[in-house]
Design a protein around this ligand. Structure first.
Ligand code: NAD
Length: 495
């Protein structure tokens, strides 16, 4: 019997008001139903926002360090349940266990960071230009935060948003991706058990159209934190722009790793294998382009093909498996269409390019790790986000050319360069157009206390992670205290 899950609205576990449901299945074994979830609609969103709005009146006044202690308690519960959560996540979205443990750990780290930050919500005190007057700024909670998340980091990404949102005194309406509703439910259970007031966190399951859009459009939702594709991000920005809602958009990427002729090739190889095929290439920071210096081009490709061929595909619960399935049938079809587009554009398929269906693999949505060579920067496969295990290799003859190729993208999330020359490294740091640059590390590997986000169409300038997230979830109030006992006019009485 499949587990029946519910929404959490106004302090109660409830079905969708329509009574409709949807199924969530294991992408490594489509026969396995993870759970049955409420298929919600605008009515459910309205109830959730009403509850969150009501609770905001109280939660905003709870001292931040007290809110922080609740985040710490949530972190402790996640530590205790790490293994259970990782297993559920692997069954729900396919990532191998080592990675789902990492995903939970990122949630734990974010909870503990929030605990620390709750005593550090720094603002400024500054001298006044007038005597007997005191100037300061304060960080104020904003209101109801709409949190809309993708499926590829089902614990980490909601944690990046919900922990700082609550710590800063906002209340939350959370819509997780419909491919990962079970992990999201566990996170909400943990927050409640840790002591978050029931109406401060509301969970509404369902699709982007039926639940996401009503959250975005709702006049009582004051801020939106969205992670997902650039196409959806743009539509959200357009709607939110009408009411001047504060919006944080963390969107797609087309990340590149450069390998220079002086690089430690073994290290660069480990980097690209992890960057391109970890999470089956389904990370916003996945290495989608490999830019090789011509002097090491053939040698590095030989090394890469040999190791990629040996990657073990399978169900992520098997600890020997290195690459899990892609998230669903439609996504596998999209990946395959890009492979066909690449071939039509004249790129050469060096490896993969087909469904993996040997033995048990046919129960799920597996795709063979794929490498294209003879890729030119203007090809669609070098420009569009594929979101799968497909690596496009481009050849260059200098650092300047490598950076030019890397920057030739509408996206600007993560980037990486392997070199042993410090001058080359610093030139890359200075000239690469990306929110994140790794030197001698792959394009993936964010730490929760560092700002995370990208430039260009990867976002709208906000950052998640670290202290930067706390800027998004608070509004600055400027306060003047005049203790002179008389009217003092700035710019006039002191001149
Ligand atoms: P998606 O944009 O399809 O969906 C993301 C979320 O938005 C889901 O919860 C979905 O139901 C909801 N949604 C869909 N349409 C909506 C609409 N019109 N209004 C409101 N909500 C809507 O993305 P996905 O397939 O779940 O995730 C993959 C994408 O996410 C990739 O583009 C990837 O690069 C990106 N991503 C970005 C980051 C980052 O931090 N920059 C991190 C992870 C994933």
């Amino acid at each position: 019997m499949a587990t029946i899950y519910q929404n959490f609205i106004d302090g109660k576990w409830v079905d969708a008001s329509s009574g409709e449901v949807f199924e969530n299945r294991n992408p490594a074994n489509w026969d396995e139903v993870i759970g049955i979830f409420p298929k919600s609609s605008k009515e459910d969103v309205d109830a959730a926002v009403r509850a969150a709005r009501e609770e905001f009146k109280t939660w905003r006044l709870v001292p931040a360090p007290v809110r922080g202690e609740i985040m710490k308690a949530a972190g402790d519960l996640m530590v205790a349940r790490k293994e259970e959560l990782a297993h559920l996540m692997t069954r729900e979205m396919g990532k191998v266990l080592e990675e789902t443990r990492g995903d939970v750990q990122e949630g734990i780290d974010t909870a503990y960071y929030a605990f620390g930050e709750s005593r550090r919500l720094f603002a400024h005190t500054v001298p006044s230009e007038l005597p007997n007057k005191f100037n300061m700024t304060m960080r104020m909670p904003i209101g109801v935060a709409g949190v809309i998340t993708p499926w590829n980091f089902p614990m980490a990404i909601p944690s990046w948003k919900i922990f700082p949102a609550l710590t800063c005194g906002n209340t939350v309406v959370f819509k997780p991706a419909s491919d990962t509703p079970a992990t999201a439910t566990k996170l909400v259970e943990i927050l409640l058990e840790a002591g978050v007031p029931p109406r401060a966190i509301n969970l509404v399951h369902g699709t982007g159209n039926a639940v996401g859009i009503p959250i975005v459009e709702h006049p009582e939702v004051n801020l939106l934190s969205f992670t997902g594709s650039s196409a959806v991000g743009k539509s959200i920005a357009a709607i939110a722009g009408k009411s001047l809602k504060r919006v944080s958009l963390e969107l797609g990427g087309k990340n590149a790793q450069i390998v220079m002729d002086d690089a430690n090739l073994e290290l660069a190889l480990e980097g690209v294998l992890w960057g391109a095929f970890g999470t089956t290439g389904q990370r916003c920071t996945a290495t989608s382009r490999l830019i090789l210096h011509e002097k090491i081009y053939h040698k590095f490709l030989d090394m890469l093909v040999e190791r990629t061929k040996a990657l073990k595909l399978g169900n992520g619960l098997d600890e020997t498996v290195e690459v899990g399935p892609v998230i669903n049938s439609a996504q596998r079809q999209t990946i395959h269409q890009y492979v066909e587009i690449g071939q039509k554009e004249g790129a050469s398929l060096l490896l993969g390019g087909e469904f993996a269906e040997d033995g048990d693999l046919k129960k799920g949505f597996f795709y063979k790790p794929t490498i294209f060579v003879d890729v030119r920067p203007e090809m669609r496969i070098a420009r569009e986000e594929i979101f799968g295990p497909v690596l496009c290799v481009l050849k260059v003859s200098s650092l300047d050319e490598a950076i030019k190729v890397l920057n030739d993208s509408v996206y600007g999330l993560s980037s990486s360069i392997y070199t042993q020359d410090i001058n080359t490294a610093y030139k890359a740091i200075q000239n690469i157009e990306a929110g994140i640059t790794y030197i001698n590390g792959p394009t993936i590997g964010a730490e929760c206390h560092m700002p995370f986000g990208g430039v260009k169409e990867t976002g709208n300038g906000h950052r998640e992670g670290g202290w930067a997230a706390y800027d998004f979830f608070t509004e600055i109030k400027t306060v003047y205290v005049d203790f002179s006992g008389r009217l003092q006019r700035a710019q006039i009485d002191n001149r």
